[in-house]
Design a protein around this ligand. Structure first.
Ligand code: HEC
Length: 196
């Protein structure tokens, strides 16, 4: 390297040398690497777009998202309550006379209970619902309890995992409305206690 070359380099460095100096350490004013520079510009553009979009046009704010999620949750809760949430159990079940509820009870009975209690309620594997004899009582609450928890050791299935409380109330109401006291012909012999 010629002396001229060295001088040129030193002059160039001198031009780039910045004023400050810390403990003898100097800084050169080199140009920034292009990849860094363009990324930096990119972040500025992103910030502008972001600000205009979110603070200017107000699109997709977190508050909106929260609100819509809350709305959906409330809908889901309402739906759940509609289906299961009526908080019916053996202590507060009531005898339903509503035709739709009884029709629902009839459908549930036909689908799940006929095999053991017969279509006319006369019994078979399970007891006769049409006589005045009941093993576990004949109030709506008694029936609700028997249907819900079953009598597994005697072959009566617990239905609480398959029927929701409203359905249990409907089918129990159906039995008491449709079969109780009808004394159908060919029914199973009485079981349990006579209750009038
Ligand atoms: C697999 C046969 C079977 C099926 C299916 C069945 N039960 Fe029973 N059920 C029985 C038996 C057996 C008993 C008698 C239990 C006992 O001896 O304690 C009984 C008893 C009952 C009793 C009490 C009767 C009494 O005299 O106290 C009710 C109410 C009843 N079942 C309702 C239902 C309903 C409602 C369904 C359908 C959702 C149903 N059962 C499905 C076998 C069945």
């Amino acid at each position: 390297m010629s002396d001229n070359d060295k001088i040129e380099i030193i002059e160039e460095l001198d031009e780039k040398l910045m004023d400050h100096e810390y403990d003898g350490i100097h800084e050169l004013d080199n140009s920034l690497p292009p990849w860094w520079l363009y990324m930096f510009y990119g972040t500025i553009i992103f910030a502008i777009v972001y600000m205009v979009n979110f603070f200017g046009m107000g699109s997709y704010m977190q508050q909106d998202e929260l609100n819509s999620e809350k709305e959906q949750a409330e809908l889901a809760i309402a739906k759940y309550k509609e289906k299961y949430g009526k908080n019916i159990d053996e202590t507060n079940a009531v005898l339903i006379s509503d035709a739709n509820a009884l029709a629902d009870g009839a459908e549930i009975y036909t689908k799940n209970c006929v095999a053991c209690h017969a279509a006319n309620g006369g019994g078979g594997v399970g007891p006769n619902f049409t006589d005045n004899f009941w093993i576990h009582g004949n109030t709506i609450n008694d029936l609700f309890k028997t249907i819900k928890y079953g009598v597994p050791e005697k072959g009566m299935i617990p239905w609480e995992s398959q029927l929701n409380p409203e359905q249990i109330q409907n089918v129990a109401s159906y039995i008491l409305t449709e079969f109780k006291g009808k004394n159908v012909e060919g029914g199973k012999e009485p079981q349990g206690e006579e209750i009038n």
